[in-house]
Design a protein around this ligand. Structure first.
Ligand SMILES: [Zn+2]
Length: 155
């Protein structure tokens, strides 16, 4: 079955880089898991608030207006099961698979917030395997993985 973005999701794509908007619009047609857009462009004070809460690790977020374009180069997507928000991690790797295919289609490179070490495009397997590789890499470095599965950004 094919899904569509709600009006609210489309509104949240305002101020987002056109290439990334195209990727999201392609992905919603092919994704196995329905999703919506929760965040695109963010102000500096909104970002500072998220860092304070530990929901983000950087004031260098790609949700902030990027110097080159003045637009956000990141989106946060939320999974829906029967129209309800779900945070089940396995739903997000399915969304990431759809985003990867769409990014290849669009000719853009995208990084996923559950696999920071390598862009989705540079990985041959599933997004789930890429996430597991990221977790293994971090653990082998004695560092905790930072999983932000709803987050996708242009590289
Ligand atoms: Zn994000």
């Amino acid at each position: 079955m094919s899904y569509t973005l709600s009006t609210r999701s489309l509104e949240r794509l305002n101020g987002v880089n056109e290439s990334l908007v195209n990727i999201v619009k392609i992905a919603i047609k092919t994704t196995k898991v329905d999703f919506g857009v929760t965040c695109g462009l963010r102000t500096k004070s909104e970002q500072a608030e998220l860092v304070k809460k530990g929901a983000s690790q950087t004031m260098n977020s790609r949700h902030l207006p990027q110097e080159a374009t003045g637009m956000s180069h990141a989106v946060d997507l939320v999974a829906y099961i029967s129209g309800r928000v779900s945070w089940e991690l396995n739903l997000y790797d399915d969304i990431a698979d759809a985003i990867k295919d769409a990014a290849i289609n669009e000719g853009a490179t995208v990084r996923w917030g559950a696999a920071w070490h390598k862009p989705l495009n540079e990985w041959d397997g599933t997004a789930e395997d890429l996430m597991n590789e990221y977790i293994d890499t971090r653990r082998s470095q004695g560092r905790r993985p930072f999983i932000d599965a709803p987050h996708f950004e242009l590289v």
